[in-house]
Structure formats: structure tokens, C-alpha cells
Ligand binder design. Structure first.
Ligand SMILES: Nc1ncnc2c1ncn2[C@@H]1O[C@H](COP(=O)(O)OP(=O)(O)OP(=O)(O)O)[C@@H](O)[C@H]1O
Ligand SMILES: [Mg+2]
Length: 276
């Protein structure tokens, strides 16, 4: 019998593009309400994995189940904040219009009367603390303000699972901390499972209870303290690295001559420090 607490099951997932195997035999399970970091370097397959979960990426092998249902139903009960959205400052779209588009964007469900729509939009703006700038054009907002609006856009249809692709990229330290704590808050208040991708795990360390760490097309997953360990990450990279904790941060260190360091580590220099 299925465990009703299992919100997302990724089972032996493989994805290949012509001439390139991107994900191999990736398996993990996220419980209802879990807050999980999806950590990996450029090109490690984070976006490919999120698109697979959304049902918009063909799989070579494996299965994905969301709340007990096989994927393939598109955006149904999944909220998605894609990577790198650029808004033109001249686009005549206010922040609150974008939040409301989350209700209608996929043309699913019954149309709501306008009063009910306004109430839902107001609720969402309050949930992400965006009332102060809701009337401004989306293209004129800061990166952190735009992220809040995109999160409200994704949340307004009350998904059970929220996927965010590098929502912390290009944010300063303060905005990063604010978005992480906002995500943590919505995850617990709305009992949503959150999967958030990032290059650097450090800003998420205090918030995430699970981690999926991608390297070499494979994943190590589990509780953060189980995965972020010298033995586990060395096995994933296929090369000895050291995981060091200092001042509440994790440093991943690889030592060796340039010609010894595997490519998977070289690409990870955002969070692996290579010592020659
Ligand atoms: N549509 C595609 N066709 C061919 N190759 C692709 C396609 N999409 C992604 N890839 C390749 O798959 C690999 C993984 O890409 P993906 O975008 O999933 O990585 P990522 O971890 O999200 O990287 P980033 O941190 O740069 O966003 C890369 O080598 C990329 O070039
Ligand atoms: Mg990506």
C-alpha cells in the first residue's frame, strides 16, 4: 500500500539528449511538507530533473509519481518557478496582474468570479509580503521582489508540490536570506513540498531537511547531514573530496594536480574549492 505521506517519488530516472546522458538512475522520495535542496553545478541536470517532474521532459527510463499519480498531467498540482525569467521594464504588466495570471494561465478549472479572484490575489500577495509593490510594473522591481511575485504566481493554484529553479541566482545576501525564509514559511504554513535548485547549498543549509546532490549524472539523496559527508560525496564524484564545516557553512574541498581533478569537480567550482 502507498504511504500517503509520499508526495514525490522519482524512481530510477534516466534522461538522455542526443549524444549526452544527463541523468542516470536517479531515485529519491520526498514526503509531504519536505523542504529539499537540489544541488549541482552548471550542466549537472537540475533543470532537466525539474522538467522531468513537471512532465515536460521525455524520459529514457524510470517513473515519477506525484501524490500517488503518475506524471504526465502537466502542471496539475505542481507549481513551477522557472530559471532566469527576464521582464522588460516597458511591459505593461503589474506585479498583481502576474499573480492573477497564475489562476488563469493554464485554463484549468472553473472560472472564478472577480471578487473571489481579487481575494485570492490579495491573500497571495500578503503570503509573500508583496503588498507594498503589487501595483508596480513587474519589470521595474528588484530581483528579490520579482522572485516573491513569481512564487505567489506559482502558489495561487494551491499546488501540493512547488518546484523552483535557481530562485536565489543573482540575489544579494539579504534578499537570498529573505527568499529562503519565505519559502520555508510557505512550505510549513501551506504544507507544501518544496524542491529548490541551487549551485551553492550554503544559503539553504538552515532551511532544507532533505538534499538531492547531482554530479556525474547521478544523485545522492537523503537527509542533509547524511548526504553532505566526505564518504558520500567522494563516492558520487568518484574522487576524494573533504567536507568541512566551518562557521555554519559547508566547504567541499578537492586537492590534486590539475590533470587529476575530474571534470565533474572542475565544473563544480561554485561549491567545490580545488586546491592544486
Ligand atoms: N534540450 C536539450 N538538448 C540537448 N541538450 C540539452 C538540452 N537541455 C539540456 N541539455 C544538456 O543537458 C545537460 C544538463 O542541463 P541542465 O540545463 O539540466 O543543467 P542545469 O544543472 O540546470 O545547469 P544550470 O546550472 O546551468 O542551469 C547540459 O549538458 C545541457 O547542455
Ligand atoms: Mg538549470
Amino acid at each position: 500500500m502507498r504511504n500517503i505521506d509520499e508526495m514525490l517519488i522519482v524512481d530510477q530516472l534516466s534522461v538522455a539528449f542526443p549524444g549526452r546522458q544527463v541523468l542516470t538512475d536517479v531515485s529519491f522520495t520526498l514526503q509531504r511538507g519536505a523542504f529539499c535542496g537540489l544541488i549541482g553545478a552548471n550542466g549537472s541536470g537540475k533543470t532537466t530533473l525539474l522538467r522531468s517532474i513537471l512532465g515536460i521532459q521525455p524520459l529514457s527510463a524510470g517513473q515519477i509519481r506525484i501524490d500517488g499519480v503518475s506524471r504526465g498531467n502537466g502542471f496539475g498540482s505542481v507549481g513551477y518557478v522557472p530559471q532566469k525569467i527576464q521582464f522588460d521594464p516597458d511591459m505593461p504588466l503589474r506585479a498583481l496582474d502576474l499573480v492573477e495570471l497564475g489562476l488563469t494561465g493554464h485554463k484549468l478549472g472553473l472560472p472564478l468570479p472577480s471578487k473571489a479572484r481579487t481575494r485570492l490575489v490579495d491573500e497571495m500577495l500578503a503570503a509573500v509580503d508583496a503588498q507594498n509593490f503589487a501595483d508596480q510594473r513587474i519589470g521595474n522591481l528588484s530581483g528579490g521582489q520579482q522572485q516573491r511575485i513569481l512564487i505567489a504566481h506559482a502558489l495561487i493554484r494551491r499546488p501540493k508540490l512547488l518546484l523552483l529553479d535557481e530562485p536565489l541566482a543573482n540575489l544579494d545576501i539579504r534578499a537570498t536570506a529573505e527568499i529562503v525564509s519565505l519559502l520555508r514559511k510557505v512550505a510549513s504554513e501551506h504544507d507544501i513540498t518544496v524542491l529548490v535548485s541551487a549551485h551553492d547549498m550554503n544559503p539553504l543549509l538552515g532551511a532544507m531537511d532533505r538534499i538531492v546532490y547531482l554530479a556525474n549524472g547521478r544523485a545522492a539523496s537523503g537527509r542533509t547531514d547524511e548526504v553532505v559527508r566526505t564518504e558520500v560525496l567522494s563516492a558520487l564524484y568518484g574522487y576524494h573530496i573533504d567536507v568541512i564545516r566551518v562557521h555554519g557553512r559547508v566547504l567541499v574541498i578537492a586537492a590534486g594536480a590539475a590533470n587529476e581533478i575530474p571534470a565533474a569537480i572542475e565544473q563544480h567550482t561554485a561549491h567545490v574549492t580545488v586546491i592544486p
